[in-house]
Design a protein around this ligand. Structure first.
Ligand code: NAI
Ligand code: MG
Length: 334
């Protein structure tokens, strides 16, 4: 029986890079069937809703989705679709690996960092968001629960153990955010005690930013709360050649959504110049999740060879190829 994958092509550059990823999956012989559904601005235009019920049903049914970036309109009345998806399906772990590829314009060569970001609470709890009527005071509620902290920390240490990683850096701001970051850090110390063979380092978030730029090779697995993880993972993408190189998985107890770290890139949308590597690497994370690591390995190998050669890479990597030319070279390498 064919495995069915829910696909949301998304907004902006989404359709072009998601189509590239699906073509690569097919040429790698993954044998998936796809249920295409809509989300974001595209869905709003076609159905009047940012997140139609049909889309939620398809994610629920297939349990695995590949998703392009969605544009959330800024302004009153629109809560982020990405945040709602993550909360609705309790996709509490956002796993964002960055790894160096030869042939990019990155300043570093030996980066291999996995950021594990708490994905459902913290500053993105969505709770208590108010602005006074006279527009002079705004508030939002940051929420850290013991249960939420325990599950993400356990997830990060288990991942480190499973993948033979040596070190987990817990990034926090417990010196200032004493209640929220304080609880997160106390729980981190409790969980870390169960993994004595993994080195645990505690680091305050501002120092972590400086350390990531000055000496990124010291990092292995990073685990942190929602907002810090969002920001640090874009920083990490910058270490390996930019957002076009950065995939992410949103993982819950029985459901997972795979996507790029970046957004819909309106500045380059419709030009056929986006780098599809981010979504293709997300598709590889999906294959790992589905116990199809052999296919993932083949695709990563093909990516490595095409990017290293440099003849058919996109502008962000220093090349001149279009999205489709890059994808074609990748398919030939496969
Ligand atoms: P962005 O991540 O879309 O773009 C930032 C910069 O990176 C731009 O210069 C863009 O051209 C470049 N870039 C991004 N992906 C690229 C790729 N694959 N190849 C080459 N260059 C690439 O961030 P921005 O502009 O702040 O956000 C645009 C929209 O995306 C917003 O509506 C935001 O809400 C949404 N967004 C959605 C996300 C999601 O669906 N998971 C995540 C982040 C933002
Ligand atoms: Mg982000």
């Amino acid at each position: 029986e064919q495995r069915r994958i829910t696909v949301i092509r998304g907004d902006g550059i989404g359709p072009s890079i998601v189509d590239a990823a699906v073509a690569v999956l097919d040429h790698a012989g993954c044998g998936f069937a796809y249920d295409y559904v809509e989300g974001g601005l595209t869905a709003l235009e076609n159905t009047g809703e940012l997140l139609p019920q049909e889309t939620l049903d398809a994610i629920e049914r297939n349990k695995v989705a590949l998703k392009g970036p969605l544009t959330t309109p800024i302004g009153k009345g629109f809560s982020s679709i990405n945040v709602s998806l993550r909360q609705q399906f309790q996709l509490y772990a956002n796993v964002r690996p960055v790894i160096s590829f030869a042939g990019t314009k990155a300043r570093y060569e030996n980066i291999d960092i996995i950021t594990v970001r708490e994905n459902t609470e913290g500053m993105y709890s969505g709770r208590g968001q108010t602005v006074s009527d006279d527009d002079t005071v705004a508030e939002a509620l940051s929420v850290i629960s013991r249960g939420g902290a325990e599950r993400i920390l356990r997830f990060a240490f288990d991942l480190a153990q499973r993948e033979g990683r040596r070190k987990v850096t817990v990034v926090h701001k417990a010196n200032i955010l004493k209640s929220t970051s304080g609880l997160f850090l106390r729980v981190a110390r409790e969980i870390a005690a169960n993994y004595p063979h993994i080195e645990t380092v505690e680091m305050i978030v501002d120092n972590a930013c400086m350390q990531l730029v000055m000496n990124p090779e010291q990092f292995d697995v990073i685990v942190t709360t929602n907002l810090f993880g969002d920001i640090l993972s874009d920083l990490c993408a910058g270490l390996v050649g930019g957002l076009g190189m950065a995939p992410g998985a949103n993982i819950g107890a029985d459901c997972a959504i795979f996507e790029a770290v970046h957004g819909s890139a309106p500045d380059i949308a419709g030009k056929n110049i986006a780098n599809p590597t981010s979504v293709i690497l997300a598709a590889c994370q999906m294959l790992d999740y589905l116990d199809m690591g052999d296919r993932a390995g083949k695709i990563r190998g093909a990516l490595r060879s095409v990017i290293a050669k440099g003849e058919k890479t996109t502008g962000d990597l220093g090349g001149t190829a279009s999205t489709t030319e890059f994808t074609q070279a990748l398919i030939e390498a496969l």
